[in-house]
Design a protein around this ligand. Structure first.
Ligand code: NAP
Length: 286
């Protein structure tokens, strides 16, 4: 291991969400970049499937897990994964950059380029601009030629979202200049109703997370009357991670890193995420 990135998944695990007592103790961490046993620089794909050969997309394996759910995670000096979970790391990408890709950036990649069904030049609303997935959506989406609108609770984060590539930024619940083709949701309950109202007839919401809660009022009438689609998405495949790595290498796009800390100061990074005091990714180095 050379670098590991922090995700909200690690905060959920610390809170006991998605893990049961019989699996403890468990090493946290989904994301990693490092060197394999043969000395090759690699990025670690976090989705572990014992039946990968049976699924074209291993995230559809009903018993797949993410590192740190069933098998020990990446906040460690070494991590053991199936060989197919290693993706070559190009020299042009630093270990810190590469460590940000397997969860937040892969998730954003699938949301934008697979699940949204949108062609470049579309208008996309990203809720909760400061998060790891949200900053990845802004960076990848704007680079792909989409018009990205973003919301954040913080004026400072709204300004930083503009610097990152957003076209316009808004406080939560703001009235938008027009309705959008798609909304990228990671926040959940706090932004759900705004997200539904923001969509054009026939528009699509792609949802991967619900940091603020999972049970908003569904507003079913709006969904069927305006023929909206609500599409769930989770992580991405090993092949999509390989294409994301190539995309970064070819275009020069790099993940937005909020801070890099030695692994021994992981507590500081986790506290910043819990307090919402991050804009981009937190990376731990060894
Ligand atoms: N399904 C998957 O494969 C997958 C993959 C990655 C992540 N996720 C999930 O997606 C979510 C985001 O993950 P992340 O790693 O990007 O987390 P993160 O870096 O902690 O980002 C959270 C962002 O959400 C916004 N937010 C949080 N609470 C809010 C509230 N009450 N009201 C409005 N906005 C709020 C904040 O935006 P502002 O401060 O800018 O308002 C914050 O920056 C998590 O729930 C995570 O579990 C799912």
């Amino acid at each position: 291991m050379k670098a590991a990135a922090l995700n909200h998944h690690d905060v959920w695990t610390l809170r006991g969400v998605g893990i049961s007592a019989d699996r403890l103790p468990m090493i946290l961490g989904c994301d990693a970049a490092g060197v394999d046993a043969d000395g090759n620089e690699v990025v670690v794909h976090a989705v572990i499937s014992d039946h990968a050969a049976e699924f074209a997309d291993e995230t559809l394996d009903p018993v797949r897990s993410l590192l740190s759910e069933r098998y020990d995670g990446t906040f460690a000096e070494r991590v053991a994964v199936p060989r197919r979970n290693l993706v070559p790391k190009p020299a042009a990408l630093s270990f810190a950059d590469a460590a940000c890709l397997p969860t937040a950036y892969l998730t954003a990649y699938r949301m934008l380029f697979d699940k949204s069904g949108l062609e470049p030049g579309s208008t996309i609303l990203v809720q909760g601009a400061g998060g790891g997935v949200a900053t990845a959506l802004i960076r990848l989406g704007s680079a792909a030629g989409h018009r990205i609108w973003a919301t954040s609770r913080s004026e400072e984060k709204r300004q930083r979202a503009m610097e990152l590539g957003a076209d316009q930024v808004f406080p939560p619940d703001a009235r938008l200049p027009e309705r959008v083709d798609a909304v990228m949701e990671t926040v959940g309950e706090a932004t759900w109703s705004h997200s539904l109202k923001a969509l054009k007839p026939g528009g699509r919401m792609v949802i991967v997370g619900a940091t603020s809660g999972t049970m908003p009022p569904a507003d079913l009438a709006r969904i069927f009357f305006l023929q909206l689609s609500v599409v769930g998405s989770t992580m991405g495949s090993r092949d999509q991670l390989a294409r994301l790595v190539t995309l970064c290498e070819q275009t020069g796009i790099r993940p937005l890193i909020d801070r890099v800390l030695p692994m021994k100061q992981a507590r500081e990074g986790i506290a910043a995420m819990v307090n919402g005091d991050v804009f981009g990714k937190v990376v731990f180095t060894l």
